[in-house]
Design a protein around this ligand. Structure first.
Ligand code: FRU
Length: 643
């Protein structure tokens, strides 16, 4: 498909008439709905309003995927309103009639029809037939080869008054090349919506990262997994290893459901001093110990059992696991208590467990040997629940100053002190990530001291992976650092430096004054990007980048950074704005001012939408520095362990 000119029945010339396109006739844009009204179209009823909508209408979710500013949106007056919108006559002159469509999936009552002699000869609906869903428009095309030369009309219909009782349409075009992209469901790791440098399970469902531990050169990533299905269930610990946090090799499942329950979230540690006694006789290699929740009552086999905390160990670098015969090690305390995260506290030579109890209640326990646990403290943190993490972190730029950070599943955190018995928060509850898909965060245990990083992975809860053999993905691993800022101690998160190993030849700009009409990025194309930019806003009121069709926008006056409908507060720093953006096939991860805030979000761009744009509004900005690197896929890099 080619860009539109905005004129009804205008003919768009091929932008690049390569020999491959030689026989393809120019597209005919029949209607782009960029006008103030419907022009020669006839509307009946009230649902279509007086003219094209400019995006979502009152009470509607964010509408995306349409082109330009206008679209047909029959949500005027909500789902209950009805009506029709009928085009003037036109001649069918190309092989396909293509259009962007969204809204309800009610055959005959939220639809677009092709009429010949008043009869419906082709019809299509939006994609939604149940609560939730998406207001995104996508391409559909009718093959009309056999109808070429005939006179037709298009009719857009909204006769539905219940849920998803509306239809959205844009860009009706006659074309010889269908814009509908084929979705590849194979080969493994090469599927259309398979993230290329984020972890996904080879197949089926995944949620929380579990048991993040580094041992003998390998990062272990266990994960909540349903080995039997594409949706949540049968909780099992899946397992993958990597030497660089990007190339993952999936191993056999580590922990499978038993009579105490299915395997819910937890953590893993290296028991360097063999406090547990699990080390194999005669071996010098310390055991790995996993601390997990047995979710009693979530399977027929565990009927009547409560949720308890259990342990398992491995003496072969995590390849096989033995559950402790004395399980559970922490009996039921409250509700569906779960998600133990364990850390070694050297001064008292004890293990400390952060545990989720119920509601917004958490607890800390301590143990000399991972087997016997004593309750230390309960902690109520309104606004949080599930998956606590607890770790020490040095304050950047203050040698010798270390604090303890407590995080909950949503990544909200407290910073304070810990003396082996009591955690004393010194801040209010804080937030570093503002994206739509950041949950069940966990950080790595046992990163060697000479590396010293605190590396966190989140489950990118809620993305959509149509027709894929897998469901859900992990975030890109981030390094957490602690900074003294004007409003106290704050966590920053930035992608791990290893990402640069996936860079293809990068493009760099320095000291460039940019105006609204400039796009120095024009012509660059890739599905996968690592972009780093630094701006001085100057007289611009808005600065941003468009990546895979989505705008990442900094509003200079409001001091906000927005991506995919989510907004983070962000002040300029020394008058400057720093942006870092990672784009994968189904994700955008945006970091503002060196990770002071981040926006971790899933999306579903059109596979062919790969261009980049610069977005300057209201004046001139100075681009101090811009590095744009297309990325290689981690699944196909030479020497990758992945497959
Ligand atoms: C968080 C969570 C955990 C639980 C696990 C079950 O996403 O609900 O609290 O252990 O998922 O899969």
């Amino acid at each position: 498909m080619l860009p539109r000119t905005g004129l009804i029945l205008s003919i768009v010339l091929l932008a690049c008439a390569s020999s491959a396109h030689a026989q393809k006739r120019a597209d005919i844009v029949f209607e782009d709905f960029e006008g103030k009204d419907y022009g020669r179209w006839t509307a009946t009823g009230t649902a279509f309003g007086r003219g094209p909508a400019q995006g979502p209408l009152p009470g509607q979710m964010a509408v995306s995927g349409f082109h330009g500013h206008g679209l047909v949106n029959s949500f005027t007056g909500g789902d209950t309103a009805t009506g029709t919108l009928t085009s003037p006559e036109f001649k069918i002159e190309r092989r396909f009639v293509a259009f962007l469509i969204g809204g309800g999936m009610h055959a005959g009552s939220t639809c677009i029809n092709l009429l010949i002699d008043g009869k419906v000869v082709r019809t299509a609906t939006g994609p939604n037939d149940r609560a939730g869903g998406t207001e995104r428009l996508d391409w559909k095309a009718w093959d009309v080869r056999e109808l070429e030369g005939q006179t037709a009309r298009i009719e857009i219909v909204d006769r539905e008054t219940g849920g998803w009782g509306h239809i959205n349409v844009d860009d009706i075009t006659q074309t010889d090349e269908s814009p509908v992209e084929e979705i590849k469901t194979s080969p493994l790791y090469g599927e259309t919506y398979r993230p290329q440098f984020h972890f996904t399970s080879n197949k089926n469902w995944l949620n929380d990262p579990n048991g993040l531990v580094f041992f003998k050169g390998e990062y272990h990533l266990f994960f909540q997994h349903n080995p039997m299905g594409i949706e949540w269930g049968n909780m099992t610990w899946g397992h993958a290893v990597s030497t660089d946090l990007m190339h993952w090799k999936q191993l056999p499942n580590a922990l499978t459901p038993d009579a105490l329950g299915t395997m819910f979230s937890g953590s893993a540690v290296v028991d360097w001093h063999n406090t547990s006694g699990f080390q194999a006789a005669g071996s010098k290699t310390p055991p790995l110990v996993a601390i997990y929740t047995a979710a009693g009552g979530t399977s027929p086999e565990s009927k009547g059992q409560p949720f308890t905390q259990c342990i398992a160990y491995s003496n072969d670098e995590g390849r096989t696991w033995t559950k402790y015969s004395g399980n559970p090690v922490v009996k039921h305390v409250a509700g569906e208590n779960r998600d133990p995260k364990v850390v070694w506290f050297a001064p008292t030579r004890s293990w400390i467990m952060a545990l989720y109890l119920d509601g917004s209640q958490f607890a800390f326990f301590s143990s000399p040997n991972l087997k016997e646990w004593t309750l230390l403290q309960k902690l109520d943190v309104p606004g949080t629940s599930e998956c606590p993490d607890f770790f020490p972190l040095a304050v950047t730029g203050k040698p010798g100053v270390e604090k303890w950070v407590w995080t909950a599943a949503n990544g909200h955190y407290l910073v304070g002190t810990f003396d082996g018995h009591k955690f004393t928060p010194e801040t209010d509850l804080r937030q570093v990530d503002f994206g739509g898909n950041y949950y069940a965060v966990q950080s790595y245990s046992d990163i060697p001291e000479k590396d010293g990083r605190r590396i966190q992975i989140a489950w990118m809860t809620g993305g959509s992976y149509p027709q894929m053999p897998f469901n859900q993905q992990m975030s890109f691993p981030c390094t957490l650092t602690l900074h003294e800022t004007s409003d106290g101690l704050r966590l920053f998160r930035e992608p791990v430096a290893e990402i640069s190993r996936l860079h293809e030849a990068s493009h760099t700009w320095r000291s460039l004054t940019v105006s609204p009409e400039d796009n120095p990025l024009h012509g660059l194309k890739s599905e996968l990007w690592d972009i780093q930019a630094e701006f001085e806003p100057g007289t611009a009121t808005e600065i941003g980048l468009t990546v895979r069709g989505e705008a990442i926008v900094y509003d200079v006056q409001k001091k906000t950074l927005t991506c995919l409908g989510h907004t983070a507060p962000l002040d300029l720093e020394g008058g400057k704005l720093k942006l870092r953006i990672l784009a994968d096939r189904t994700t955008l991860e945006v970091y503002g001012n060196s990770g002071r805030v981040s926006l971790t979000s899933c999306f579903l761009p059109r596979p062919k939408e790969q261009e980049l744009g610069l977005h300057i509004v209201g004046g001139k900005a100075k681009l101090l520095h811009l590095v744009v690197a297309p990325l290689r896929s981690a699944w196909i890099t030479a020497g990758s362990e992945t497959k």
